[in-house]
Design a protein. Sequence first.
Length: 470
Amino acid sequence: MIGGTVDGLDEALAAVDAFDRALVAGLLRPQPAQAAGLAGLADAVAGTPLAGRVAEAAEKAAAGAAGEDHFVALAAARTALLGSAHDALTAQADETTGRARGEAAAPVPGGSGGQAVNLLAAARAWLADLARTGWQGMDHEVVSGSAQIVSAMLPDPALRRLATLMDGFAAELAASCPGATLERVPVRRWADLWARALLLTVPGAADVPVTGTATGRLLPLGVDVQEHATAVQAQVHAVFEPADGAAPRLVRAGVSAPKPDTVVGAGLWQLLRPHMSLLAAFSEGRSMELTDMPVTAEGDLVWSDEHARPGEPADAFATARVALPTATDAATAPLDRHPARIAVPVFLEGYAVEKGEKGDDGDDGDDGTLTFDVAGRELAVDTDRIPTAGPLTPEAVARSSACIGLLRWDDGAFLLQPLAVETTVRKKAVAVHAGGWAGGTTDKAGVKAEKAATDAVAVLRERAGRLLRK
């Protein structure tokens, strides 16, 4: 059950944290504390096939003599530890939901030409330089070394995943340069991005997953919106019922788009709607009929409107009560095995809501935190993940009697990210969805945000047109 002790979890995360701290000051001239962190990482994988290579890499890095292959081995050890933590926590979540989980399939090798190999080597060299300088030693000259590599990678679809990751990573680092002036370093995040990028430079690591096709009925559960200053993504979590009568399974359908930083709130949907008819169907409370829709072994639909059409009305809460408990959870791709990637769809009802906490002086506090008491177990609610692009609010969650959400793991504990709730408004039971405005809205706040987004996009298009005409 969630909340229980996981054997070895604290030790694995401690080894990762110690290695991550070693990257802060850089591995050009490691100090004793950094050498200890490297040795701890090697000790943590001593009983695995990685043992020999990681022990050698840790020794070389502690002496300031690590090469690119040594850094790859260290990144692999770190990733393996976080992967084991992911598996243990996912098993705990599966025990709680009582659902089965599918098995990951082997990826399909996608050969790469000489130019791709050279670009991967160039990316690996840049990432190795980052590890040597460390986050505190980085400057604009070091960070800008990725620009030409990313530009050369982007035209190649096989390299676009790594190129996008490196581009975003470099942008974050550039915004924090020089590293010597940083008051706070996002130690875990930057180490995550560094290790992921480094492993993707290994030929074959980014091979595409096995892709099949899906024909049947798609029953949406909720929409998870993820927003960045320059991009936005909506991911629809749903239950898929195959037409051949096979067991239902959980799938995801995602759509993303670049965005100007002036487009926020409900205006985000304008950027996403043209690429996915599923968003409109979700707002209308409809299922979708899929025909030969491409789908990966990890449950990600490679969405194409040509393979989908609106179906019959489908209530998300009815799906959560009836279809969700019998659905098989999707497998996780090897490189995606990380505690931060855990997002398990769950349905809760009959819980008690606790808001705020007692202050130090004994008075009732109200710090805005929410906790669900589910059968005597407390589950914190992550209201910070509720997007402003929909009608769902922390207040609606606090008044709710049932909730569809994603079970996540963050900062040492499981949290619940609400996607939709059943609550009472003016003595009437209603369902409120985070993605309720995905297909459009008559809500005053939503209409205002959509108009502002329309105006902002129109101005940007006009300016872009003038630049092109010049």
